[in-house]
Design a protein around this ligand. Structure first.
Ligand SMILES: Cc1ncc(COP(=O)(O)O)c(C=O)c1O
Length: 410
């Protein structure tokens, strides 16, 4: 008789976990009020500017510039630090495509560096080894909402005169040594895309503590205008990347819940880690002490097939889903193995320095392992549940481990 739900037995859980987005009548009212105000753009209304101030304050950064999405935020952040064609930007390869695409779309060259398997964030030792005379920027990703090692990275950047552009797309509320991410490096980009812990369907924001960079980024987001220039005065090549007032209103309204949600995800994440660490073959990513708040955009753990009778990651994920636990195998390819890199399909962003690079020859072992065999994700909304909901996740994984022979047989 089967015991595992994937083989037809009763699942551990039959009721749903919290879903995303969370929304209220107040959110709808905020958007509706904005529509009825007739002020739909930030040149007329004050929602976007208030959001910029409030979100920057939430992350303890000095300046916020709201834009259309996280990709644009990163692109403009990179352009603000003054890249020139052929400059190198060090990035991880275990991340969303935008991390590397924005480097290319800034006419620079992404240099891929491996992750630390304990955190799945960029490995600072390898960052240092990857520095060349062309390196201008280190671009760490606070993957899944866990701050990268900003102490080590800032030290490296200082010694080699490099800028740090933080990819904080997944890290709303994350803190390193008590300071919100986003204003720790020189400049950063966050995403407000639909899956993110604060979202308006789409949207993004640039944060920085640096007055000069804020001025450049603000101008790049707004057709090259200057704060003290004419409305039809344009001082640098730039597009229109402004956020609408309806997005601003929806984000502002949700900010009332952000702190409480961040706390809950952080606490449930730590609780899950404590419980799951006891199961052989399951190694949750480690939150270093300095990462005093993990944003937990994703709950991430490493799966070791050996401890599960050799069952592949994808079959384990199927078994977990069958038990009523929503899990995903995450990124399936290191960025350098994406067709865009293998085929160098870079369109107008093709440049001389890129012609010599053989992206297909790259092999970053920890990134490869994370993609193919080890990394498993559970989405942030699941962590908005109660302790008992977390216990169901633990029970399901423990059950699969206990009955692993049944999986291996099938
Ligand atoms: C790590 C990372 N960087 C950048 C982005 C880009 O953000 P957006 O989708 O808002 O353009 C995302 C969003 O998916 C992301 O996860």
């Amino acid at each position: 008789m089967p015991h595992l739900a994937i083989n037809g037995a009763t699942p551990v859980r039959t009721i749903p976990f919290p879903t995303w987005p969370v929304y209220t009548e107040e959110d709808a009212q905020a958007v509706s009020d904005t529509i009825l105000s007739g002020k739909w753009g930030s040149s007329k209304g004050d929602r976007v500017h208030t959001l910029e101030d409030q979100f920057a304050a939430f992350q303890q950064a000095k300046h916020g510039i709201a834009v259309t999405n996280g990709t644009t935020a990163l692109n403009l952040a990179l352009q603000s630090v003054g890249l020139t064609p052929g400059d190198e930007v060090i990035v991880p390869a275990y991340t969303f495509i935008a991390t590397a695409n924005t480097v290319l779309m800034s006419n620079a060259v992404p240099v891929f560096v491996d992750i630390d398997p304990d955190t799945y964030n960029i490995n600072p030792d390898l960052v240092e080894q990857a520095i060349t005379p062309r390196t201008r920027v280190i671009m760490p990703v606070h993957f899944a909402g866990l701050p990268a090692d900003m102490e080590r990275l800032k030290d490296i950047a200082r010694r080699h005169h490099l800028a740090i552009v933080e990819d904080a797309a997944q890290a709303h509320g994350a803190q390193w040594n008590g300071k919100g991410v986003g204003g720790i490096g020189d400049i950063s980009g966050f995403s407000f895309q639909a899956s993110k812990n604060l979202n308006a369907g789409e949207g993004g924001i640039i944060l920085t503590d640096n007055d000069e960079l804020a001025g450049i980024a603000g101008s790049l987001a707004d057709c090259g205008r200057s704060d003290d220039g004419l409305w039809y005065g344009h001082y640098r090549l730039a597009g229109n990347h402004r956020m609408t007032e309806m997005q601003g209103a929806l984000l502002l309204s949700q900010m009332a819940r952000l702190e409480e949600q961040c706390k809950r995800r952080h606490e449930n994440g730590d609780y899950l880690t404590e419980q799951l660490s006891r199961i052989a073959g399951i190694s949750p990513t480690i939150r270093p002490g300095q990462a005093n708040r993990h944003a937990r955009h994703l709950y991430v753990f490493r799966y070791k097939a050996d401890a599960f009778g050799g069952t592949s990651k994808s079959k384990f994920v199927d078994a977990l889903n069958a038990e009523g636990i929503p899990a995903s195998p995450g990124y399936s390819l290191p960025l350098y193995k994406q067709p865009v890199f293998l085929e160098k399909n870079f369109g107008v962003y093709m440049q001389e320095a890129l012609r010599e690079i053989d992206f297909g020859a790259l092999n970053l072992p920890e990134t490869e392992k994370a993609c193919a065999d080890e990394a498993i994700w559970i989405s942030q909304s699941v962590l908005l549940g109660e302790k008992e909901d977390m216990d169901d996740i633990v029970r399901a994984i423990a059950k699969i481990r206990e009955r692993r022979q049944e999986l291996a047989r099938e």
